[in-house]
Design a protein around this ligand. Structure first.
Ligand SMILES: [Zn+2]
Length: 165
């Protein structure tokens, strides 16, 4: 291919990259430091961790749904919460697999599976393989990453189907 041919091809690729079919979802810029408390910002946006036995939900037993404190996406159902003894809110299942994304975290020198809200990329906690049946998983979540919605108070939350992908 001569240079003369190469240039129009490159232009065509650039133009195609801007087509609507390939356009990635653009998330609006959010000033998280204004929207969140200092503790929520440190944990959700800077991958922090709250000390065990200190958060609002490690010993919380009401019936409802736990949503992302950053964007309100529903993440966990109180039916799937259990007392792991860890001092952090623990669940053996997520409300919908699509609500969570994962990545490998080496912060402690060994690999752990970090959990993030799929809608806002907020840090939630980690998942471990020492949970109870039926999943054998322990979703270990910071209280500061969660907002609780009582089941009877929000029709929209009640209608969220439990999806297992
Ligand atoms: Zn979120």
């Amino acid at each position: 291919m001569t240079l003369r041919h190469w240039i129009p091809t490159a232009v065509l690729i650039l133009a195609t990259g801007c087509s609507t079919a390939q356009e990635p979802e653009i998330k609006p810029a959010i000033d998280w430091s204004e929207k969140l408390t200092d503790e929520q910002f440190r944990i959700l946006r800077q991958c922090g961790t709250e000390p065990p036995f200190t958060g609002a939900f490690w010993d919380h037993h009401e019936d409802g749904v736990y949503c992302c404190a950053g964007c309100s996406q529903a993440l966990f159902d109180s039916h799937d919460k259990y007392d792991s003894g860890s001092g952090w809110p623990s669940f053996f299942e997520v409300l919908a697999e699509k609500a969570i994304t994962t990545r490998t975290d080496y912060k402690l020198g060994y690999p752990r599976t970090e959990l993030l809200c799929s809608a806002c990329d907020g840090h939630l906690g980690h998942v471990f393989g020492d949970g109870p049946e039926p999943t054998g998983l322990r979703y270990c979540i910071n209280s500061a990453s969660l907002a609780f919605v009582p089941r009877d108070s929000a029709q929209v939350v009640r209608e969220i189907p439990k999806i297992v992908d």
